[in-house]
Design a protein around this ligand. Structure first.
Ligand code: MN
Length: 279
């Protein structure tokens, strides 16, 4: 994590947090990272879309990066796919209409965000240029799951998603639905390890019986380097080998990129045209 640049063998990989339709800020961040190194690679840890003003443009820009960019699905990306599949309703403030209006490719053989997005994984093991494997997810990792279990569960959920079966969606009694809740929405657990998903703010405002997932004692992946986004109220925080990188760009915070090999962060303040009012 702290290896000097001279020991790196390949281009650096930047993990980028929740873009949420902030297209202008994303372009500025990508331009500045490519200025540092034209060969930079990127992993987006979910929530490309929703809330911000230009979700469709974000999808197109990330697709235009080709093999240089990988994407993990977040809860808002799943929500967009669910609205398109007519198993969820668009909410005021999602600002997903332009995506939904362009959901059918024309001509049929051309690129379409639906097929592109539903192929993206829900967890990724990404080695940095020094060979250290990082576990990347949108929201969190269950404390009783090993790295292997995370990847197997993520693959099972992906398979279900691509089959067009949505019966797992928002249903934590379904094993794939529970995986989705953990990987894309997790913040805290109650003392009995049930999900405490009513607590979305900063942990300092939580009751003592609720614990952030990354602080659960004896978490199986605690010795494994990992990155997540999703938690704007928590902000950019390192806890042992885990780093949380959602600094609330769409609310007027920063869009953060974290360099896997160098351990550096690069942040761009939200541009005024991307910012939404927080009510
Ligand atoms: Mn999220």
């Amino acid at each position: 994590m702290n290896s000097p640049t001279t020991e790196q063998e390949g281009p650096d990989t930047w993990v980028i947090g929740d873009v949420h339709g902030c297209h202008s800020t994303l372009k500025k961040l990508l331009d500045s990272l490519l200025e540092i190194d034209l060969d930079s690679r990127f992993v987006f840890v979910g929530d490309l879309v929703g809330k911000g003003p230009a979700s469709l443009e974000v999808l197109k820009t990330v697709d235009s990066l080709g093999d240089r960019a990988q994407v993990i699905l977040g809860n808002h990306d799943l929500h967009l796919l669910a609205v398109h599949a007519q198993v969820a309703k668009s909410r005021p403030g999602d600002l997903l209409e332009p995506c939904l209006e362009e959901a059918e490719p024309s001509p049929p053989s051309s690129w379409c965000w639906v097929r592109w997005l539903e192929q993206k994984p829900l967890a990724l093991l990404q080695s940095d240029s020094t060979g250290t494997p990082w576990l990347l997810v949108h929201a969190g990792i269950h404390p009783q799951w090993s790295v292997a279990e995370v990847l197997i569960r993520a693959e099972s959920l992906s398979h279900r998603l691509r089959s067009g079966d949505w019966s797992w969606y928002r249903n934590i009694t379904d094993p794939d639905g529970y995986t989705a809740a953990i990987l894309t929405r997790l913040r805290g657990f109650n003392a009995d390890l049930s999900l405490a998903d009513q607590w979305t703010g900063h942990p300092s405002s939580w009751p003592p019986s609720v614990t952030p997932w990354f602080q659960i004692e004896n978490r199986l992946t605690r010795e494994h380097a990992s990155v997540s986004g999703h938690w704007a109220a928590l902000g950019l925080v390192r806890h042992e080998k885990h780093i949380s990188i959602d600094a609330g760009c769409v609310y007027g915070g920063d869009l953060v990129a974290f360099s896997l090999a160098g351990g550096r962060t690069h942040r761009i303040a939200c541009l005024p045209e991307d910012r939404i009012d927080q009510d």
